[in-house]
Design a binder for this molecule. Structure first.
Ligand code: TYD
Ligand code: MG
Length: 455
């Protein structure tokens, strides 16, 4: 008699399993994410690949020739990876549907194949014809080194990699790849895990660097995410606001480079273009001398980027004033508004507050706090921030201005973009060398900063 299949329940979000169904996942706390799953013969996926016995060896006996990284001529992309693609690595690239992941990967492969390396793009989402059409649009399809395939079957994809032996490979997307021998449907946690483990083994054994494209669910996690994030070497997120042209490629995990490094791109009619000087682009449409606008310098990885913060405080027609915040942390803005109310006597509680970072950029750094406060105060007072002035600093609960890191780099960027004056934390000013063409004024409190800007 066939042993009865046991049923377990697995969370689609975090992948944890429970013996019985629950409305809420006990691990990640998401609602309605548990799905029934049969434990087939009890073999965990990918187990058949790990049977080989290996022995421990002394660390100093290991020698290897470091293989060079593969580079593209897309510098923003290479930088985010820490200087190009390391052979044999597995890289997950996540992002919202329609943000441009497929476009980016196609362009990257096209660049690599233009350098005489064979590349393979496996799509489970588009037909060969659609890929060709996209390639034509990007003017990158004339390359004989670039191979494409429309395939979703895991075994076929792996054997294709073994016969074609490309220098780099892309599988777009991991959610479409599946093993038909398994009971679960494509895109389920089981299938994603099976596909990731087997593709990872393929990459490690063959040395072929592999990019896995993954769609992100609306909460911001790659569907079936945590199980994959720890397996892969690098996790990149491609983000941006679809109504804006800017896209940001961000490394959130990188075994071979620094994280939080970003690359900035612009989506054009014929594909993605690098933005080598993001500050200039983000400030392009700024209206100088308009109340409610201020420029601050935010560190994105190792790079300072100037961004414009806009604030609008206006009389509320309703009992409950609105707080609409784009590109900044809503709680942070609420905190800053409360500090302004308490320490400056600016009464914002009855007003609608709207905050925006132009260009669709998201900033999370506390050093932009002073920018938020200044934008709001400028709108409230209806007085523009003096021309050529930029601000940097974190605000504490007592209204103190706290030191920020990398002030020198930020100031250099501001000076490069034509700013002549910067209000910054007194503590950050201390060890600062003289920077060309920009004067600095150190402040210790929000009140002091406001007195300088709005006398
Ligand atoms: P795509 O790469 O298909 O997104 P993803 O793979 O992340 O789902 O990008 C789709 C969007 O990009 C689509 O809305 C059209 C736009 N786009 C351009 O603006 N220019 C282009 O050259 C291409 C190829 C796409
Ligand atoms: Mg796509």
């Amino acid at each position: 008699m066939k042993k009865k299949d046991k049923v377990i329940f697995r969370c689609r979000g975090c992948g944890c399993q429970t013996p019985q169904w629950m409305g809420r996942c006990p691990e990640c706390g998401d609602w309605d994410t548990l799905v029934a799953e049969k434990t087939e013969d009890g073999t965990p996926p990918g187990a058949k690949f790990s049977r080989k016995k290996s022995a421990a060896i002394p660390m100093d006996s290991i020698t290897f020739d470091e293989e060079p990284r593969l580079t593209t001529s897309i510098q923003e992309f290479d930088r985010v990876l820490g200087g190009g693609v390391v052979p044999g690595t597995l890289i997950l690239i996540g992002g919202d549907p329609g943000i441009g992941k497929s476009t980016l990967m196609l362009q990257v492969l096209s660049e690599i194949s233009a350098r005489g390396k064979k590349t393979l793009y496996v799509s489970g989402e588009e037909s060969i014809r659609q890929l060709k059409m996209r390639g034509d649009r990007l003017s990158s399809s004339s390359d004989s080194n670039m191979f494409v395939a429309a395939e979703t079957d895991l075994d076929s994809i792996i054997s294709m990699a073994e016969t074609e032996k490309p220098h780099v490979m892309v599988v777009d997307s991991i959610q479409t790849v599946y093993n038909p021998e398994m009971a679960s449907t494509p895109g389920s946690v089981n299938q994603i895990r099976e596909a990731s483990i087997r593709l990872m083994n393929m990459a490690k054994q063959s040395g072929i660097p592999l990019f896995l494209v993954g769609h992100v669910t609306k909460v911001g996690a790659i569907a079936g995410p945590r199980i994959m994030e720890h397996m892969v070497d690098t996790v990149l997120y491609f983000e941006g606001d679809r109504s804006h042209v800017f896209r940001i490629l961000r490394a959130v995990k990188n075994r071979f480079g620094s994280t939080n490094e970003i690359g900035v791109f612009e989506m054009k009619e014929n594909g993605l273009r690098e933005v080598p000087n993001p500050s200039a682009v983000f400030l392009e449409e700024r209206s100088v001398n308009a109340p409610g606008s201020v420029v601050t310098a935010s560190m994105e990885g190792t790079r300072p980027i100037l961004i414009e913060i806009q604030g609008l405080a206006s009389g509320s027609g309703f009992g409950n004033p609105r707080r609409t915040v784009l590109g900044l942390d809503q709680n942070r803005v609420a905190l800053i508004a409360a500090v302004m109310e308490k320490r400056l006597g600016i009464n914002l509680s009855g007003l609608d507050i709207f905050m925006n970072v132009t260009g669709g950029v998201k900033v999370v750094e506390p050093a932009v706090d002073l920018g938020v406060a200044v934008a709001l105060a400028s709108s409230f007072l209806d007085v523009p921030v003096p021309e050529g002035t930029t601000v940097i600093g974190e605000i504490g609960l007592t209204g103190e201005i706290r030191a920020a890191g990398h002030v020198e780099a930020r100031l250099k960027e501001a000076s490069k973009m034509g700013f002549t004056r910067c209000i910054l934390p007194r503590n950050s000013q201390k060890q600062l060398p003289d920077i060309k063409d920009i004067s600095v004024e150190g402040v210790t409190s929000l009140k002091q900063a406001m007195e300088i800007l709005f006398p």
